[in-house]
Design a protein around this ligand. Structure first.
Ligand code: AMP
Ligand code: ZN
Length: 143
């Protein structure tokens, strides 16, 4: 299994750094975020070292992501959350601070203090088709 000796989460997987484990399989580990946005904030990682989501092999993604619904149900029940944010930061520019791919599961309650500072935009005339074609072209042939 791929491991980066300098990676914080690889050290957690190996048990060299402690964490509050809640669930694990042969290929994946779920543990509490040490700096939670809300209590119960969970991180879900593949045990193998892969820096970002786009770099995950399909099989690793499948092995890890298949746990998300079950983990979401557990966090929701245990924290009595009304909802959740499930998110992945990809790269430092998007806020990824640990270069070992991880999903965040964040409990949400009505009136909580979490706010997304994102403002949605509008497409200029014709831009939808350009982006639709550009992204679709990257997916042909399937890679
Ligand atoms: P991101 O900014 O998306 O890379 O998220 C990294 C997350 O890892 C942050 O929410 C941190 O609070 C969390 N984190 C950092 N170190 C640890 C640790 N030793 N145990 C658990 N969570 C950690
Ligand atoms: Zn790692």
């Amino acid at each position: 299994m791929g491991r980066d000796p300098n990676c914080l989460f690889c050290k957690i997987v190996a048990g060299e750094i402690p964490c509050a484990r809640v669930y694990e399989t042969e290929h994946a580990l779920a543990f509490l975020d040490i700096g939670p946005l809300k209590p119960g904030h969970l991180l879900v990682i593949p045990k193998a070292h892969h820096e970002t989501l786009p770099e995950l092999p399909d099989s690793v993604a499948a092995e890890t992501a298949r746990l998300l619904p079950r983990l979401c149900r557990a966090v929701k029940k245990a924290t009595q959350a009304e909802g959740l944010n499930v998110m992945v930061n990809v790269g430092p520019v998007a806020g990824q601070s640990v270069a070992h791919m991880h999903w965040h599961i964040i409990p949400r309650h009505g009136g909580d203090s979490i706010a997304w500072p994102w403002n949605s935009q509008r497409y200029e005339e014709g831009a939808v088709t350009l982006l639709q074609d550009a992204i679709a072209a990257e997916l042909r042939p399937e890679d």
